[in-house]
Write a protein that binds this ligand. Structure first.
Ligand SMILES: [Zn+2]
Length: 148
């Protein structure tokens, strides 16, 4: 693990977002395993919200996909890893408020919560499944999207 990844792991542990992610994973019945670069993969997340195939809390990446399939897409995992870094530089829980503000701004500007959202743009809209071929937003119901 590189120094920056280790620093991110420590920050997200101390700012309590990784413990919160582990709590969500355990209480939702997800299966945990070690991921690359200090990430923790939680497979089989089954709660209704958020309406997405994957989301990140601290260093924990939660997938609806079952064990063995979760975390296998390196592009999507890279997108979620960038959110993991965003948690660290926002010092944890403030990320959730800032993300919500950016999603609201994006919704007002574009009609969807991602395309004008600073954090989703920085994490990569295409990698997160927000942009389809030709640079267009895919017309998918939220539960079919790659991530939140
Ligand atoms: Zn994202």
């Amino acid at each position: 693990m590189k120094r920056g990844q280790r620093l991110r792991q420590i920050v997200n542990m101390l700012d309590l977002t990784t413990p919160l992610g582990l709590l969500i994973a355990w209480t939702s019945g997800s299966t945990l395993c070690r991921g690359p670069r200090g990430l923790i993969i939680a497979a089989g997340y089954g709660w209704g919200l958020p309406h997405a195939g994957a989301f990140t809390m601290g260093n924990v990446v939660l997938f609806r996909a079952p064990p063995g399939a979760a975390g296998n897409d390196p592009v999507l995992l890279g997108h979620e890893e960038r959110h993991c870094t965003q948690y660290a530089y926002c010092l944890g829980l403030p990320f959730l408020l800032l993300y919500a503000l950016c999603a609201g701004w994006s919704l007002l500007r574009s009609g969807n919560p991602a395309s004008r959202n600073f954090f989703e743009r920085q994490a990569g809209l295409a990698a997160g499944g927000y942009i389809g071929p030709g640079g267009r937003l895919p017309d998918l119901p939220s539960e079919k999207r790659n991530e939140a």
